[in-house]
Design a protein around this ligand. Structure first.
Ligand code: SAM
Length: 216
C-alpha cells in the first residue's frame, strides 16, 4: 500500500505521541520504558492503516502491540485512527523492517504478524518479501524461543514461496490453511485486516500459516 505523498505527514509522525522516534534507543527496553508494564509484545510488520492491530489491542488489553510501517503517508492514517481510539497498548514505528534487529533485543517479541505483505513478484526481489528466509532469520533474532510468526495473504504465489522458505530457514510449519474463512479451527477468533476484508469480499480465498522454531 502506498498512498500519495501527504504534505506534512512526516511532521505529524514526528510530533505524535503514538509513534516512537529513534526506536533503536528502546532496544531491550520496550516493556519498561515504552509500555511501563511486563505484558508480552506482539508486532505487525507492514501494518498499513493499522485497524487489525488496533482491533486486537482492544480485545487483548494485557498485550502490548507495536505496528511497523515503512511509509509516512500510510502511517498517518493509523495515527489518525489511534487518536480517536486512544488505545493504551498500541504504539507505532515508521521504519523499514529490514532493520528490525536494531530495534528489538533477542527474545523481546512474543509474536509477529505479517498480513497481506507486498509480493515483490520479480525473482531478484525475493529477499525483500517479508516471509523470505532472510526475514525469518531476522525474526529468529528477536522472537522468544516459543514465539510464532502468523502470515495471511490472498496471493497464492507469495504463499507458496513462503511455505518453501520455512524448512530451509530452520522453522517448523505449525498450522496451515488455504481457505482460512472456511477452516473452523484456524478461523476461530480471526480478526480481519483491511486487505483481508477487501479481497475476501471479491471471493478470494485467504491463505494462512503459523510457524515457529519450537523444538529446534
Ligand atoms: N497489513 C495491512 C492489511 O493487511 O490490511 C496492509 C497490507 S499492505 C498490502 C502492505 C503494507 O506493508 C504496506 O503499507 C507497505 O508500506 C508495508 N511494508 C512493506 N514492506 C515493508 C517493510 N519492509 N517494512 C515496513 N513496512 C513494509
Amino acid at each position: 500500500m502506498r498512498l500519495r505523498n501527504i504534505a506534512g505527514s512526516r511532521e505529524v509522525i514526528a510530533d505524535s505521541k503514538y509513534t516512537v522516534k529513534e526506536p533503536e534507543t528502546k532496544k531491550g527496553l520496550w516493556k519498561k520504558e515504552v509500555f511501563g508494564n511486563d505484558n508480552p509484545i506482539r508486532i505487525e510488520i507492514g501494518m498499513g492503516k493499522g485497524r487489525f492491530l488496533m482491533d486486537l489491542a482492544e480485545l487483548n488489553p494485557n498485550v502490548n502491540y507495536v505496528g511497523i510501517e515503512k511509509y509516512s503517508s500510510v502511517l498517518l492514517r493509523a495515527i489518525q485512527k489511534q487518536e480517536q481510539r486512544q488505545l493504551p497498548n498500541v504504539i507505532f514505528i515508521r521504519m523499514d523492517a529490514e532493520n528490525i534487529t536494531d530495534v528489538f533485543a533477542p527474545s523481546e517479541v512474543d509474536r509477529i504478524y505479517l498480513n497481506f505483505s507486498d509480493p515483490w513478484p520479480k525473482d531478484r526481489h525475493a529477499k525483500r518479501r517479508l516471509p523470505s528466509r532472510e526475514f525469518l532469520g531476522r525474526y529468529d533474532k528477536i522472537l522468544k524461543p516459543d514465539g510464532v510468526v502468523e502470515f495471511k495473504t490472498d496471493n497464492k504465489d507469495l504463499f507458496d514461496f513462503a511455505l518453501e522458505e520455512v524448512e530451509p530457514a530452520g522453522w517448523n510449519l505449525d498450522a496451515v490453511t488455504r481457505d482460512l474463512h472456511n477452516d473452523p479451527v484456524m478461523n476461530e477468533g480471526n480478526v480481519m485486516t483491511e486487505y483481508e476484508e477487501k479481497f475476501s469480499s471479491l471471493g478470494n480465498p485467504i491463505y494462512k500459516y503459523i510457524v515457529s522454531r519450537k523444538g529446534k
